[in-house]
Each structure stands twice: as C-alpha cells, then as structure tokens.
Ligand binder design. Structure first.
Ligand code: ZN
Length: 159
C-alpha cells in the first residue's frame, strides 16, 4: 500500500494524485512498472526460433525473475533448445559429410540421406520451438524430453 510522497496519506495502488493534498505521485508508487514484460511474455520470448536464447539470457541475468522458477525454467529450456540446434548445425552436418566423402564401403552414407537426416533433426528443433511458444503463451510448464529435465535441474541448482 503506497503513501503520499507529500503528506503521507495512505493511497490506493492506482492513485496518480493524492486524495488529500492533490500532489502528483511518483510513477513507481502509483503503478507497478514493467507491466509489459510480465513473466508470461518473458517465457514466450525465450522460445522465439533462433533468437530466443538472447531473451533467455536476459531473463536469467535479471533481478526481476531471480525468484521466478517458472520463467527461469523456460529460459533454460529455451537455451538448451538453441544448443541442440547448434549441435545439429555445426557438428552433425560436417560429420555426416565426412562419412560420405571417405566413402569406405561399410560406412558409406549417400549424400541425399545424410542431408535429409540433418534436415529432419533441424525440423524437430524448429517444431519444438513452435510448440513451446504455444505452451508458454498458455502459461503451461511443458517439459520437453531430456531438455525439460535438464532445465528443471538447472533451476533447482541455482537456488
Ligand atoms: Zn498528499
């Protein structure tokens, strides 16, 4: 419950002016700040494909969500999803390529199927991002296989 900055009269949260002396109240006392960046919005931002990890790092670094295990869970899960994307993109691609180039009879992998394999993995990650965007917008704490467990463990460790 805020009090008038001039005369000390008790005010309601939504009062902009004091009912007794008429003094205009500082914004922080009259209305909660950061209304646009609420926990649900923050959770959704963590799953924007390719760039959500930036929002996730901001969430994890911000004092505002330090005690919010729900938002921090989404932030960790968003980061882990991006890590999976990087692994698929940076490691799987070249590895599959080498097996193809060497062309040892037993490990021969036709180019088309290796590209298809990486493509399917990438599609899975993108679908996971979209699913989590929808789940987070509904306020659901949906746990992805493996990554959800990792995220929960990360939240617990930081307490
Ligand atoms: Zn007053």
């Amino acid at each position: 419950m805020p009090y008038c900055s001039q005369c000390g009269t008790q005010l309601r949260d939504e009062d902009v002016f004091c009912g007794r002396c008429g003094a205009r109240q500082p914004v922080s006392a009259a209305a909660p700040a950061y209304d646009g960046f609420n926990p649900r919005t923050a959770s959704i931002l963590c799953y924007i494909p390719f760039v959500g990890w930036i929002a996730a790092i901001i969430v994890l670094a911000s004092a505002r969500f330090r005690q919010d295990a729900g938002v921090r869970f989404h932030a960790f899960q968003g980061i882990y999803l991006f890590v999976v994307w990087l692994l698929v993109d940076m490691i799987m691609g070249p590895v599959m390529g080498f097996t193809r180039v060497r062309g040892w009879g037993t490990v021969w992998v036709p180019a088309l199927s290796s590209f298809a394999f990486v493509g399917v993995l990438k599609a899975v990650v993108v679908v996971a991002w979209i699913v989590m965007l929808i789940k987070a917008s509904r306020g659901e704490q949906y746990r992805l296989p493996i990554l959800g467990e990792l995220a929960e463990r990360s939240v617990a460790e930081q307490k």
